[in-house]
Design a protein around this ligand. Structure first.
Ligand code: GFB
Length: 310
């Protein structure tokens, strides 16, 4: 028997974000009492406020999806925000979960936690085996600390706190602001605008050569609910598809889905970041989850859902 979610008070921290809102959609199948708190009511970086809210609302399970996130440019431009905000949010919530007797907590990491140079596909054991990719080391350090907090509270206090490590996500609720977004929503928007404006070309940052793995956020939500019910180990678990695509290949796929047939122009003044980061998902598979949809299907359904708003 796995861990039971039905009938429990479940706090989704970060419920307005892309991952948090997908987890909310998925949890509606679990007959639980979903709890949320708005940014206007509580600043998750404030320990007293977080602890007070937990004392009053008594969550039994926490999905920790609250984070300051952004693409390669946002990460390099706001290192203090990425480090401070994320450290404070996860410290307050994980410590508060222990202090308030939370039965289970799942923390979401990020692929940038792994060293820049590392075997591919990347196994969970690659954590802390080498230097990080400089364009997002601040965010990575915060996310590594979150994983370590879960392990520390498990070791010292016996808390059933686990960590999942999602690969690059996309889907409904993504950020389409070109200055701060990740590559997939950025290229979707650029292709959409280029088509509308009947442009002849579309600008792609970097060389187009880096490889990335992309997971639909509803598949992430399904996987983390599965892990919450079925996993209680110390080590984090990679959540991905096991498939990768070059940035050039992704740009071509997006142009196909959107229906833009102009030229791709590569902007060498923008950084490539890590050249490759494919997750080894054998641990996730061994725990019984292998359900990711294909990239082209996922991108097409996302485009249908968001095209009006782009
Ligand atoms: O998704 P992305 O911003 O971040 O960029 P990372 C991935 C790759 O796509 C880089 C290229 O090689 C970019 O240069 N790219 C091409 C573009 N065109 C564009 C564009 O228009 N916009 C953007 N944003 N990229 C993130 C980290 O790294 O990965 C986060 O910054 C997090 O912290 C996330 O860890 C999972 O994949 O390089």
């Amino acid at each position: 028997m796995g861990f039971e979610l039905g009938g429990k008070n479940i706090w989704v921290a970060g419920h307005r974000g892309m991952a948090g809102s997908a987890i909310m959609r998925r949890l509606r199948q679990e007959h639980c009492n979903i709890q949320t708190v708005d940014r206007s009511e509580i600043d998750l970086r404030n320990q007293l406020a977080v602890d007070g809210w937990m004392k009053t609302n008594k969550p039994q399970v926490i999905f920790l999806a609250a984070a300051k996130v952004g693409g390669i440019l946002a990460n390099s431009s706001y290192p203090a925000d990425f480090l401070y905000d994320n450290l404070m949010i996860e410290t307050n919530i994980i410590h508060g979960a222990w202090a308030n007797g939370v039965e289970k907590l799942i923390f979401l990491g990020s692929t940038c936690i792994y060293p820049k140079e590392t075997p591919q596909p990347i196994p969970e054991s690659a954590l802390l085996t080498g230097p990080l990719e400089p364009t997002n080391e601040w965010y990575a350090i915060a996310k590594i600390a979150g994983i370590k907090l879960c392990q520390a509270y498990r070791k010292q206090h016996g808390c059933d706190f686990i960590a999942a490590q999602p690969t690059n996500l996309y889907g409904p609720g993504d950020n389409y602001n070109l200055a701060t977004s990740h590559v997939l929503p950025a290229l979707m928007r650029k292709a959409h605008e280029a088509k509308k404006a009947k442009s002849r070309d579309l600008s792609v940052w970097g060389s187009g050569k880096p490889l990335r793995e992309f997971l639909h956020v509803d598949d992430l939500a399904d996987a983390v609910v599965h892990l919450t019910k079925n996993y209680s180990g110390e080590e984090h678990v990679n959540v991905g598809t096991g498939h990768e695509i070059s940035i050039r290949g992704l740009a071509e796929l997006l142009c196909r889905v959107v229906g833009f047939d102009g030229e791709l122009v590569f902007d060498a003044t923008k950084p490539d970041g890590t050249l490759r980061k494919l997750c080894d998902i054998s641990k996730l598979k061994s725990l019984g989850w292998d359900n990711a949809r294909g990239l082209e299907d996922g991108v097409a359904s996302t485009y249908r859902a968001v095209a009006e708003t782009l």
